[in-house]
Design a protein around this ligand. Structure first.
Ligand code: LUZ
Ligand code: MOS
Length: 753
């Protein structure tokens, strides 16, 4: 089935936050943000800005009627700075005016003077100073300390991996207006309506039921709107609450890039030990996560880094420790993969280092250590229905990897100034929120008297096609045509206490809730149909919009059945609730069964490097991916391809630059390069692994949002291997591997920070 949003998107008719028709008297907000990364606010003068024609009012923390606190996991984040700022881009005040333009102009007239304090931007320096967002955490199985002596080979090293800007097409925003009796309507560009609802209620000092949050769809999010949509919703709510007028705030691209957190950069130390026959016996890693100024989602992201420390490998003795470091950068946040990529990049670097030192292809070590059925993940979960080996073997066969490697070796022998490299990237990603409690959701299904259907869920459509999948689920469960089903906006008054649409779980969780609701309604309708036909309910089937009795089609069609049920006063609405079974996790011990299942896959990537100029190309990306039994191959393949390209961008060209004072230099599209159509590899193949799917995946169709991003990590190693063919001394793990770093890597042992 085609994505139900395709037509709206290509004709420009889809409604995003900025397209919501504004009400009369709407006012516009602009946010004044801190210009120093760390400092005391000595004075804040708004008089001149207030006098600017068209300005209605300027708000600071003093205007907050409830709590000046929006921290989600840990309450350490003010909505508006009080006497100190801890990152550049931190909201200090908001200007509300008759137009967007006026608000932005007046913002320039506000005078803030700061007493600058020392800014820390490096996570290791922060850790040295004891600046941590939370106590360090360790997961372990066995004890590497006791294993090094058994290892034939031991290598250690340091790994740097940069952050990443989300660059969703739709910037962040919120539109808010007062309803009667002190209630508030909040449109927000959020992945987490409930997080927004809770924060607005807290900031205003009202109950959650006073705040209605609604989301039609997002123009991309990638994790950037899991926690960081909250600020803008709270700010417009604050203004709207005081002024009793509609208030709109849509960030300009520049404001968005300057004021929102990104993927966490990490700096890590690893030690890896192997046996004579290249089994990895022990692995120890310490991560220094650059968390930025406040926690935001860092605790959960650190946890997922620990979970994905061994990627697709079984390593009997593993110990991983993470320091979540408090620096004066923007609060880093969720980004597709959620800490997983940083963990996986580190183990892949360790393997690449060992391979180079031992003079074997990395794939030899990778292959020998792939996770097998009934192995244990080092966090205690037994590995079941393991597909990593299958995807690996299938990739070798289908993509003729041995032959490809030989062609590359021949090419490198024949060409002095152009070199090629190949890398394999196996991926194993756990599906479920690592916080067990979040794995729940609800849906609300109405059958209207004409037989049309309205479905509400907690899922946010952000381009990933979750609404299309919900239509498919409901159509299948009710036995009717997809055209009869409408997916409503995501609204906290229809579906309450939602988890964010995140962790790749949107379709799984919400789909199960839709199924549950539909099943109850179907039972009721079957009873009505059974009475009409004088048979038992169990003999009735609803499919193709028709009632079947004892396997034979009857004269009763769907809409007649619905009309009859209604005349019999049968309830045609239902809610469904779903919470993932099986999963649990003991956070103290670091052991449990946190994931419903894992997604597996293997990618092979090839790169070509121009050794005179340092420019490169990712030539081919070929993937065997475990979609389970995909319920929508068009959507799922699109997700996989987009994710891979986003991963390649992360590894090769997207470079966040901060100056020493903590100011983001790469704060616009002219200074931050993302992949475009020309970055698309000449060959991009995503083939599904043939498998029956997993019973905890919706309709056996596995979650697809995040796992394929990590195939992109292979781009680093493909380019690295090409550089190696030219300069065997190149030995640094420092992503992204930009053309500048490639050029320097070709001509020396550089790249080290
Ligand atoms: N968000 C979250 C996530 O709150 N918990 C998670 O485990 C997670 N995983 C991936 C992406 N977002
Ligand atoms: Mo997320 S990184 O919001 O799934």
């Amino acid at each position: 089935m085609k994505n139900i949003d395709s037509k709206g998107h290509v004709t420009g008719k889809s409604i995003y936050l900025d397209d919501i028709p504004v009400r009369q008297d709407t006012l516009y907000a602009a946010v004044l943000d801190a210009t120093v990364a760390h400092g005391k606010i000595r004075s804040l003068k708004v008089t001149e800005a207030e006098k600017y024609p068209g300005v209605v009012r300027i708000f600071t923390f003093k205007d907050i009627p409830g709590e000046n606190q929006i921290g989600g996991i840990i309450p350490d984040e003010t909505l508006l700075a009080e006497d100190e700022v801890t990152f550049q881009g931190e909201p200090v005040a908001i200007v509300v005016a008759e137009s967007d333009f006026i608000a932005r102009e007046a913002r320039k007239k506000i005078k803030v003077s700061y007493e600058e304090l020392e800014a820390v931007t490096d996570p290791r320096k922060a850790a040295d100073k004891g600046l941590l967002l939370m106590p360090p955490r360790t997961f372990a199985m066995g004890d590497p300390e006791k294993r090094w002596k058994d290892c034939r080979y031991v290598f250690d090293g340091k790994v740097e991996i940069g952050g990443q800007e989300h660059l969703y097409i739709e910037t962040q925003g919120s539109y808010c207006f007062p309803l009667e009796n002190g209630n508030l309507m909040v449109y927000s560009s959020t992945q987490s309506p409930t997080v927004v609802q809770r924060a607005v209620a807290k900031v205003l000092g009202v109950a959650m039921h006073n705040v209605q949050v609604d989301v039609t769809r997002l123009g991309g999010a990638f994790g950037g709107k899991e926690d960081q949509a909250t600020v803008w919703a709270c700010l417009t709510s604050l203004a709207s609450y005081h002024l009793q007028k509609p208030v709109k705030l849509v960030l300009s691209r520049h404001d968005d890039m300057r004021m929102t957190g990104k993927r966490h950069p990490y700096s890590s130390d690893f030690k890896i030990g192997l046996s004579e026959d290249l089994k990895i016996l022990a692995y120890e890693v310490t991560y220094y996560q650059n968390g930025g100024a406040v926690n935001d989602l860092s605790p959960a992201i650190s946890e997922r880094t620990l979970f994905h420390t061994t990627n697709s490998y079984f390593i009997p003795d593993t110990k991983a420790t993470i320091y979540s470091c408090k620096t004066n950068l923007l609060p880093n946040t969720a980004f597709r993969g959620f800490g997983g990529p940083q963990g996986m990049f580190t183990i892949e670097s360790a393997i690449a280092k060992a391979a180079t030192e031992l003079g074997v292809p990395a794939s030899t070590i990778q292959e020998k250590n792939l996770l097998k059925e009934n192995d244990y993940f080092y966090y205690g979960q037994k590995a079941e229905q393991v597909n990593i080996g299958k995807t690996w073997k299938t990739a070798f066969r289908e993509f003729k990897i041995l032959q490809k490697q030989k062609e590359i070796d021949d090419f490198n022998l024949k060409n002095r100034f152009v070199k090629k490299g190949l890398a394999l990237m196996p991926v194993t990603f756990g599906i479920s929120f690592t916080n067990t409690m979040m794995n729940q959701t609800r849906a609300l299904v109405h059958i209207y008297t004409d037989g049309s259907v309205g479905v509400s869920t907690g899922a946010i459509e952000m381009g990933q096609g979750v609404n299309t999948k919900m239509v498919q689920v409901a159509a299948l469960a009710l036995g009717i045509a997809p055209e009869r089903i409408k997916i409503e906006s995501t609204n906290t008054t229809r579906v309450a206490n939602t988890s964010p649409t995140a962790a790749s779980t949107g379709a799984d969780l919400n789909g199960q809730a839709v199924l549950a609701a539909c099943k109850v309604i179907v039972q009721r309708l079957k009873k009505v149909a059974a009475d009409i036909n004088g048979v038992k309910s169990v003999e009735i089937e609803l499919r193709n919009e028709q009632v079947f009795a004892g396997g034979k089609v009857t004269k009763v069609r769907w809409e007649q059945l619905v009309a009859e049920a209604c005349s019999q006063r049968v309830k045609l609405s239902e809610t469904g609730h779903y919470s993932t079974p099986i999963i649990y996790f003991d956070k103290e011990k670091g052991k449990g069964h946190p994931f419903a299942y894992h997604v597996y896959g293997t990618a092979v990537l090839t790169a070509k490097v121009d050794c005179l100029r340092g420019i490169y190309e990712i030539e081919e990306v070929q993937i065997i991916h475990d979609f389970g039994k995909s319920m929508n191959p068009v959507i799922d393949t699109g997700q996989a391809e987009g994710a891979v390209l986003q991963g390649i961008g992360y590894m090769t060209m997207e470079e966040l630059a901060y100056d020493k004072s903590g100011r983001l230099l790469s704060n616009s599209l002219s200074t931050y390069k993302v992949p475009d159509i020309y970055s698309l590899p000449k060959v991009m193949v995503v083939k599904p692994l043939k498998t029956a799917g997993h019973k905890l995946a919706i309709l056996k169709s596995k979650a697809v949002g995040e796992p394929p991003l990590m195939y992109g990590l292979g781009a680093y190693f493909a380019v690295r291997n090409a550089i190696h063919a030219f300069n065997p001394d190149f030995d640094t793990f420092d992503a992204p591997l930009t053309p500048e770093k490639v050029l320097m890597g070709l001509y020396g042992k550089t790249g080290e920070k």
